[in-house]
Design a protein around this ligand. Sequence first.
Ligand SMILES: Nc1nc2c(c(=O)[nH]1)N[C@@H](CN(C=O)c1ccc(C(=O)N[C@@H](CCC(=O)O)C(=O)O)cc1)CN2
Ligand SMILES: NCC(=O)N[C@@H]1O[C@H](COP(=O)([O-])[O-])[C@@H](O)[C@H]1O
Length: 300
Amino acid sequence: MEAQRLLHGFCSNSAIPPIRNPKKPFFMIFNPSLDHSKRWASFKTHHYDAPQTVSWSKRRLECRNSVENAGGFTGGEKGLESGIRRKNLAVFVSGGGSNFRSIHEACLRGSVHGDIVVLATNKSGCGGAEYARGKGIPVILFPKAKDEPEALSPNDLVAALRGFEVDFILLAGYLKLIPVELIRAYPKSILNIHPSLLPAFGGKGYYGMKVHKAVIASGARYSGPTVHFVDEHYDTGRILAQRVVPVLADDTADELAARVLHQEHRVYVEVTSALCDERIVWREDGVPIIQSKENPNDYS
Ligand SMILES: Nc1nc2c(c(=O)[nH]1)N[C@@H](CN(C=O)c1ccc(C(=O)N[C@@H](CCC(=O)O)C(=O)O)cc1)CN2
Ligand SMILES: NCC(=O)N[C@@H]1O[C@H](COP(=O)([O-])[O-])[C@@H](O)[C@H]1O
């Protein structure tokens, strides 16, 4: 039976082919969370304006799901009224963990349809780890270091995250390079927040206050957080969201850091909400965009 449904979300997973040129009538989405017979669905785009003037805000993506009611979309499961399954999140921290706490609180109040099921850190005594222990969230150590002998190897880390049935990984002030084993195990499913407008002021050596000091020293008039997908290198993955704050003439690095951090807490919760709602869409040119929660016809 062909079920036509407006699909409010897309799994952000490398198995999903990019959205074809929206001016063309059909493209395919591969939803790996469904069993084999139900994974492909074709989508038809409807244009409200003449094709040459169509903009993302005017385009409605309609899923013509040519399969039976696919698992994972039934309302009867522990899913939302839209039938989208609640997601399991892993967060990686190295420090105080204010972004981690902000996302955890959003999960608890229902702003994010997900649960943080595990925290990973390279610093077992950091603030984020202490907060996790206080909330009953398991803490795992990665990577191995001389002062953390019980930490995990990359393959053990992947196995541990699979054991927690993690869907998405959020880096939040984590200061070590994520290994390729984890990136291959979680394609298009690892995000990071960086405290500058990438690609500026990113890469090896750019973390924490070093970033804000470099921004001020450069004379840049604007800064702000970037949320991006993680690839094998520091800060070079696909940009998903940014927010802009002014850099004031007399700003100290601490004042700029506080202004940026306030926006980090907001944008990371918004992005994590979109991730869990499957509202992240991959454009044909490989750029990820976010479907608005309020208006499914709007993207940013
Ligand atoms: N594979 C990836 N791993 C990580 C990424 C990424 O984009 N791809 N992002 C970082 C977070 N980050 C910036 O957002 C970042 C963190 C740390 C460094 C850095 O230079 N680290 C130092 C070591 C610092 C320390 O141990 O105290 C270094 O590697 O020499 C740059 C950018 C998280 N992982
Ligand atoms: N390059 C990575 C980097 O600099 N990340 C930054 O570390 C801070 C962590 O704060 P938090 O522990 O309070 O969330 C945040 O400002 C985050 O952008």
